[in-house]
Design a protein around this ligand. Structure first.
Ligand SMILES: Nc1ncnc2c1ncn2[C@@H]1O[C@H](COP(=O)(O)OP(=O)(O)OP(=O)(O)O)[C@@H](O)[C@H]1O
Length: 251
């Protein structure tokens, strides 16, 4: 089964392709780290796949009616704008909107999904706090919880761990890996190559709009590719807790 199917997808800015003939298929059980330097095209690829950008090519999600798409995929955009001063529980409950019958009330199943998401993101103590009054990192976790409450087979998350402290970064990546183990799929863009290597089942490396490597972390994060694409050297060691990748120096 394929949850995300993108074929030959190209996004032009004027004459310039910022996403260039990308093919990507993601299925249940995969936690895909979308990596690449600033401007590589990661955000544009996700937005186009969701039908939020004009593109050439094919995306299964962009073809769907909005209500079907909202049940098929949750999207966590890079901008973490929270517009309304509502409490955390109310904000997370908005993730259930695609599942509510027209004019319908929240059901027990909805309540369960909201509760699970709040607990999963460690937000139990925050549920009555006004979301706009939380710190940037706390707001980020609330928005992740809202996306989880949507209970979609696929989650697309654009730099969700940027600005989180180390414990929250690890905990969030563990939640994504867990979702994949439960049979859902996650596509997450991130700049921390070490966390990407540790928690993702697969890495897709973008450079100048193209996918230039796609495979398991060891296949993608080779010293040559990392030097070519990111312009840094990388230190790699296998540890009892898995492989460790650490960018070391600018080349
Ligand atoms: N609205 C826009 N108009 C013109 N160019 C744009 C627009 N949005 C993005 N771009 C350009 O498209 C390219 C890809 O941008 P994109 O945001 O997809 O990269 P990214 O890989 O997500 O980068 P980052 O890691 O910095 O978030 C960049 O060169 C960017 O300047």
């Amino acid at each position: 089964m394929t949850l995300l199917a993108v074929e030959n997808l190209t996004v032009l800015r004027g004459e310039c392709p910022v996403v260039d003939h990308v093919d990507l298929a993601v299925g249940p059980g995969e936690c895909v780290g979308l990596i690449g330097p600033n401007g590589a095209g990661k955000t544009t690829l996700m937005r186009a796949a969701l039908g939020l950008e004009r593109f050439k090519g094919m995306s299964n999600l962009a073809r769907m009616r909005p209500v079907d798409r909202a049940r098929a995929a949750a999207f966590l955009p890079q901008s973490r704008q929270i517009a309304w001063p509502v409490d955390v529980e109310t904000l997370v409950s908005l993730g259930r909107v695609p599942h509510l019958p027209r004019g319908g009330k929240i059901s027990d199943a909805d309540r369960h999904a909201i509760e699970q998401s709040i607990l999963r993101l460690g937000l139990d103590g925050f549920r009555r706090r006004i979301a706009t009054q939380l710190s940037g990192g706390e707001q980020g976790r609330v928005l992740i919880a809202r996306a989880l409450a949507q209970q979609t087979p696929l989650l697309l998350a654009d730099e969700p761990i940027a600005g989180l402290d180390p414990a929250q970064q690890i905990a969030t990546m563990q939640v994504f890996a867990e979702l994949a183990r439960e049979g859902r799929a996650v596509v997450v863009s991130l700049h921390d190559l070490g966390l990407a290597a540790r928690h993702c089942t697969r890495l897709v490396l973008m450079h100048q709009g193209r996918v230039i490597a796609d495979g398991n972390p060891g296949q993608v994060l080779t010293p040559d590719l990392v030097a070519q694409v990111f312009g840094v050297s990388i230190w790699r060691q296998d540890s009892p807790m898995g492989p460790v990748f650490q960018p070391m120096d600018v080349l």
